[in-house]
Design a protein around this ligand. Structure first.
Ligand SMILES: Cc1cc2nc3c(=O)[nH]c(=O)nc-3n(C[C@H](O)[C@H](O)[C@H](O)COP(=O)(O)OP(=O)(O)OC[C@H]3O[C@@H](n4cnc5c(N)ncnc54)[C@H](O)[C@@H]3O)c2cc1C
Length: 466
């Protein structure tokens, strides 16, 4: 099996692996035990496919745990995978109230942790995947490629083999930078920058009380953090956005099609107008320098005009980007804008879609030129902020069906998401009445991400998902 003119001949052992069918006896490896990785595991379990879930965190859904204090905006009924529910129900689990909006912590305690428990040692915690390739094949080598196993390298040096990879490693650990042009601001890596959604009124309160905090970003994560900071009496707050005004974040106030968005926007606007929050517009973070215990952030706008602010803490609520570096030796076909697959990009484009209007999609849209490797879940969306767990669950149902050879089921993609009702403010409003406003970090809607989705409207680079 010589595949080049330069003497690279596959070893006898590789040929034997490729032709013996040994690959098909290997497990499917799922990277990440978040909501979508665990849903993939549920579908693999239902189909009797051998699998292993690798999770870097010491607990399942380690990324969700980071924002455990935040109440989501889609109710339980959209946050659970059908196969996962079937397995849990068979184990005697009681389903949470389908209309309730859980916090991240409740997602874990009431659903994801019990689900992972069903899989026993098939979920390996504290296990970081550092790289994926194909056994004996770098990215260039073609002949026989699809017949050899995947090679998964773990931190610590262990290597595993797999017949397929479902990469559900998310984007939460690769936030966007503070720098306005997508490049890190000078000095950004030399100071502490807090990433979106710190638990300002809970575990992180001490870090923000009595301090001056700069929040950078115009999305609902920024809005949520600003409103929480505004509840700390002695906190000084500055909010920096690139735009010339904060209208997009404020929404339509009382006239907003989405009352919860309008209400949050109205509160934010009131804080800005009263001077409680100092708003810096046209702010293009360019450099960050330490000055004693404080940091100075300098903005340089495209015309070269500068402004600066000196603060104690910085919260970068600037969104997330996918990190495809672990798959650098695989053949990926990435959309040049979003970093999703090219086929998926037009379906999730935030200029055209909100989370509730993304159409059903599955294995065909998620396939890369590398057979058997699928990035799923929020990672599959790249930089598009339109992801919902419900779409991720349909992705893994389809991908697992394909991995199991059931192409009919794999291609029968369906998504039952009403355009309103999944990111809907009416649910949030109803829950607001049940739990009350500002009743605590995980109680009131001040902890709720601002839902930007609305029927027939584009999100202008915004989105719905934190
Ligand atoms: C604040 C917030 C609110 C949201 N609200 C909603 C909502 O209301 N409704 C909704 O549908 N969606 C919501 N989302 C969007 C989305 O559904 C969630 O982000 C969801 O957690 C994505 O699931 P996932 O499994 O794809 O990724 P994640 O939950 O990010 O899970 C990825 C997992 O992979 C692990 N991992 C990462 N790298 C590695 C590695 N190298 N090796 C091993 N393991 C690794 C991580 O530790 C993590 O556990 C929200 C997101 C945020 C941030």
């Amino acid at each position: 099996m010589s595949d080049s003119c330069c003497g690279t001949t596959a070893s006898l052992e590789l040929e034997q692996i490729a032709t013996s069918g040994a690959t098909s006896a290997l497990p499917v490896v799922v990277i990440g035990a978040g909501p979508v990785g665990l849903a993939a595991a549920a579908h693999l379990a239902e189909r009797g496919q051998d699998f292993l879930v690798l999770e870097v965190g010491e607990q399942v859904a380690a990324s969700v745990a980071q924002w455990g204090h935040v109440r989501v905006f889609s109710p339980w009924k959209f946050n659970m995978d059908a196969a996962a529910k079937r397995l849990l129900e068979a184990d005697g689990w009681s389903e949470p109230d389908p209309e309730w909006l859980p916090t991240g912590a409740e997602l874990i305690s009431d659903y994801l942790a019990p689900l992972a428990k069903l899989f026993g040692d098939k979920v390996r915690l504290s296990t970081k995947v550092t790289a994926i390739s194909r056994l004996g094949y770098d990215r260039v080598r073609t002949n026989g490629r699809e017949d050899v196993p995947f090679l998964i390298r773990l931190e610590g040096g262990e290597e595993l083999r797999a017949r397929a990879i479902v990469d559900a490693s998310g984007t939460y650990t690769s936030p966007n930078v503070l720098g306005a042009s997508g490049l890190p601001a000078y000095g950004e890596n030399t100071v502490d920058v807090d990433h979106a959604l710190p638990d300002v009124l809970g575990a992180d309160r001490e870090a923000y009380e009595g301090k001056h905090t700069l929040v950078v970003g115009a999305g609902h994560s920024a809005a949520t953090t600003l409103l929480a900071l505004a509840q700390l009496e002695d906190a000084q707050i500055t909010w920096a956005i690139r735009a010339g005004g904060a209208e997009r974040t404020y929404g339509g106030g009382a006239a907003d099609a989405l009352p919860a968005r309008g209400a949050l926007g109205t509160r934010l606007r009131a804080h800005v107008e009263s001077g409680r929050i100092q708003l810096l517009t046209g702010f293009f973070a360019h450099s960050v320098t330490r000055s004693g215990d404080q940091v100075t952030v300098v903005s340089r706008d495209p015309s070269g005009a500068e402004q600066s602010v000196t603060v104690d803490r910085i919260v970068a609520a600037t969104g997330y980007r996918p990190d495809h570096s672990i798959a650098a030796e695989l053949r990926l076909d990435l959309d040049p804008i979003l970093g999703s697959t090219r086929r998926l990009a037009p379906l999730i484009d935030p200029n055209q879609h909100s989370c509730g209007t993304v159409p059903a999609h599955g294995v065909d849209e998620l396939s890369h030129p590398e057979p058997g490797y699928y990035a799923v879940g929020v990672k599959s969306y790249g930089r598009a902020p339109t992801f919902l767990m419900a779409t991720g669950y349909e992705q893994v149902r389809s991908v697992v069906a394909a991995v199991a050879g059931d192409w009919e089921a794999a291609r029968d993609v369906q998504l039952d998401l009403p355009e309103t009702g999944v990111c809907s403010s009416s649910l949030a409003a109803a829950q607001e009445q049940r739990v009350g406003l500002a009743t605590g970090i995980s109680g009131g809607l001040l902890a709720t991400p601002l839902p930007l989705a609305t029927v027939g409207a584009t999100t202008d680079g915004g989105g719905c998902c934190g």
